[in-house]
Design a protein around this ligand. Structure first.
Ligand SMILES: C[S@@+](CC[C@H](N)C(=O)[O-])C[C@H]1O[C@@H](n2cnc3c(N)ncnc32)[C@H](O)[C@@H]1O
Length: 189
């Protein structure tokens, strides 16, 4: 998840986060260098993986804002209703067991008018690629930490009660079943 095009997508999307920010599936903290200072007042990062969070912990010194890391899945976010200005999720909705429940939690904690920044890979519009995505997903899930290749990110986001304000959908370099990418901003409808 580190290189090239992925870094460019992070660099384009993440600086739009501001105020109190929740990052769901923060993992090893690869988005941390792209948050804007002084735009971000505070960041809360949620992830169930203790190993990835310990990698993220090594990166938080000197980011320029307080960071709290919480070891927990996103279906129970330990924050009050309407307490967050921006939610961020990148390459994680594919792995979260119940993505609509997690998105519902993001919506619950966002303030009215709050924004969800997302970058995810998901279902291709091309029938032949879709058929590979559907065939590969059962094996891929076992090999790649529960990752699904065939989730339609924009539909998931809408079904959790968000309105999509901007959306870019395209292949990035790499094997087509793994690289159809949805990136954009949604608002709490
Ligand atoms: C492919 S990694 C992406 C990490 C990071 N967001 C990035 O952009 O590099 C997927 C992440 O989703 C996390 N994850 C899996 N299930 C989750 C859940 N139920 N709630 C929150 N995060 C979850 C994993 O621990 C992992 O950190």
């Amino acid at each position: 998840m580190k290189y090239g095009e992925l870094t460019e997508l992070r660099a384009k999307a993440i600086p739009a986060a501001s105020g109190t920010v929740l990052e769901v599936g923060i993992g090893s903290g690869l988005n941390l260098p792209f948050y804007s200072v002084p735009g971000v007042a505070r960041l809360i990062g949620v992830d169930p993986s203790a190993d990835l969070l310990s990698m993220a912990r090594k990166k938080i010194d000197g980011v320029g804002f307080p960071v709290t890391l919480v070891e927990q899945p996103a279906d129970r976010i330990p924050l009050d209703d309407q307490s967050v200005d921006t939610a961020v999720v990148t390459w994680s909705l594919c792995s979260i067991q119940n993505p609509v429940a997690a998105l519902g939690e993001m919506r619950r904690v966002l303030k009215p008018g709050g924004r969800l920044i997302f970058i995810e890979h998901g279902l291709s519009p091309d029938v032949r690629v879709q058929s590979w995505q559907n065939r590969l997903t059962p094996l891929w899930r076992r090999l790649a930490g529960g990752c699904h290749l065939n989730r339609k990110t924009d539909d998931l986001i809408r079904s959790a009660g968000f309105s999509i304000a901007s959306l870019e959908k395209r292949y990035i370099p790499g094997p087509r079943p793994m690289t159809y990418t949805y990136s954009g901003i949604a608002t709490r409808a």
